[in-house]
Design a protein around this ligand. Structure first.
Ligand SMILES: Cc1cc2nc3c(=O)[nH]c(=O)nc-3n(C[C@H](O)[C@H](O)[C@H](O)COP(=O)(O)O)c2cc1C
Length: 449
């Protein structure tokens, strides 16, 4: 099956992008040069050499017990060699039933050493190639309604959501109990301890992209302690952060990746107006960030959307499973302006933004503009890090990203992860990822026959 055609990126200059943005009545920050990305970053008592990071990108390539495989290690060694100051690891499951596939990383007492060995190699690689060790963050996650631990959907949901369930059916038996949610609070604490023992610098309690902690934020219709009021909907996230903070030391800190808006009409979306049109309302996201700051977190990463349902919101694309009813530049603008709106509520917090890859060879000037103009303090690059893990080195050495290496927002990495196959860039790293992509296409053709 060939992907659905969409508005293909055809810009040759920042000026052309800005003209298009003006026609769309949006604005996008651009800098004249990438200098802002080369400023040191300070948080958690450490000084990092630049404002660039690699975003969490699931690779579905773990060993059966959840340990990193040789392929996992290859992905992260390439990132460590690439000079990004931060490597924000992909979603790592904290319980077996919450894995997104049979090959999602899963950390437990039995495999901490495997994670530690990998982290030691990553630090060595960073020091050897670039003279510094990247800051390593583990993303702790429960996949919730996207749980798929044995390779077939086994949803664990917060509440019935007809929008999500059009694509992934679920029923009342999938709704998790309050007792289960309570038990997860401590599981996130245990995961933080394991992450510390595995040599990560920080742990991220993930609440974005429709997974369990994010889904709870929109559980307006759920009865009991974890639904209804804002206090109840944010209870698991905040208690999980408290449990994780119990394991903080000077060298090991807690952070969070937060979805500030998911783009679904109320009462099925978080960070939306109550008028049913799914447009953003930043009130609760601001409040949430203030609560998170009051718990003592110094740094966060902000994002949006649900990649299973409205992937154009979290990662604007050229080709995807559907044709969105907006230009991809609208998605880029919604993300960066929303992040700025929420960041304003927590002055002093270090905020990483998300979602620059659609800007292709201009993503560097876009990210630098966002930092320079105060939209964010640093940028995490997702699909770009798959396509071109050396992007930060190119920017450091030449002032610009190599246009021949950039992500083309083709959506193939998204196809691979949804299929639970080893995931990376099919276009730029084809020797490794074209074979699983071909396998995916053949299976799709068989299903459709
Ligand atoms: C294949 C794939 C895997 C991803 N895995 C994760 C993940 O494990 N955790 C997460 O928070 N986001 C994940 N994301 C979202 C990215 O971190 C990022 O937010 C998104 O791709 C937008 O950034 P970009 O425009 O730089 O790609 C994933 C995205 C893709 C395409």
């Amino acid at each position: 099956m060939s992907p659905v055609p969409h508005q293909v990126f055809s810009y040759h200059s920042v000026r052309e992008i800005q003209e298009k943005a003006e026609a769309l009545h949006i604005s996008l920050p651009f800098a004249e040069d990438t200098g802002a990305l080369l400023r040191p970053a300070e948080f958690h008592g450490v000084s990092l050499p630049n404002r660039m990071g690699t975003a969490p990108m699931e690779g579905a390539d773990s060993e059966a017990d959840g340990s990193p495989s040789a392929l996992t290690e290859r992905r992260y060694l390439r990132e460590a060699a690439g000079s990004s100051a931060v490597i924000w690891f992909e979603a790592v499951s904290i319980v077996p039933e919450g894995r997104s596939s049979a090959h999602q990383l899963y950390i437990h007492r039995g495999n901490v050493d495997a994670f530690r060995r990998m982290n030691e190699k990553l630090r060595e690689e960073g020091l050897r190639k670039n003279g510094f060790a990247p800051y390593l963050i583990m993303q702790a996650n429960h996949s919730g309604r996207y749980s798929n631990p044995l390779g077939k959907p086994a949803p664990l949901i917060a509440y019935r959501n007809p929008i999500y369930e059009k694509l992934r059916p679920a029923d009342d038996t999938c709704i998790v109990s309050d007792a289960y949610l309570k038990s997860l609070e401590e599981k996130f604490g245990e995961a933080a301890l394991l992450a510390r023992e595995a040599g990560f610098d920080a742990v991220d309690v993930k609440a974005c992209h429709g997974y369990l902690l994010m889904e709870l934020l929109s559980a307006y219709t759920r009865p009991g302690k974890y639904g209804g009021s804002f206090e109840n909907r944010s209870r698991l996230l905040l208690n999980a952060l408290r449990a994780a903070r119990a394991h903080e030391t000077r060298e090991f800190r807690v952070t969070a990746r937060i979805g500030i808006h998911d783009g679904f009409p109320w009462p099925y979306g978080f960070g939306v107006k109550e008028n049913g049109d799914a447009s953003p309302d930043w009130t609760e996201a601001r409040l949430l960030l203030q609560r998170i700051r009051d718990l003592g977190l110094e740094m966060v990463n902000l994002t949006m959307g649900n990649p299973y349902v409205n992937s154009h919101v979290s990662r604007p694309f050229n080709h995807g499973k559907y044709v969105p009813d907006e230009d991809p530049l609208m998605g880029v603008a919604r993300m960066i302006h929303g992040i700025r709106e929420v960041k304003r509520a927590v002055p002093g917090m270090f905020v990483y933004a998300s979602g620059p890859s659609f800007m292709r060879q201009f993503c560097d000037l876009f990210a630098a503009g966002a930092v320079e103009q105060g939209y964010c303090d640093g940028m995490l690059f997702g699909r770009m890090a798959f396509a071109d893990p050396d992007f930060a080195n190119q920017i450091l050495r030449t002032g610009r990203i190599d246009p021949k290496q950039v992500c083309v927002a083709c959506g193939k990495c998204g196809d691979l992860i949804r299929a639970g196959k080893p995931t990376g860039c099919v276009v730029r790293d084809s020797a490794v990822y074209l074979p699983p992509y071909r396998e995916y296409l053949a299976e799709l053709a068989e299903k459709q026959a």
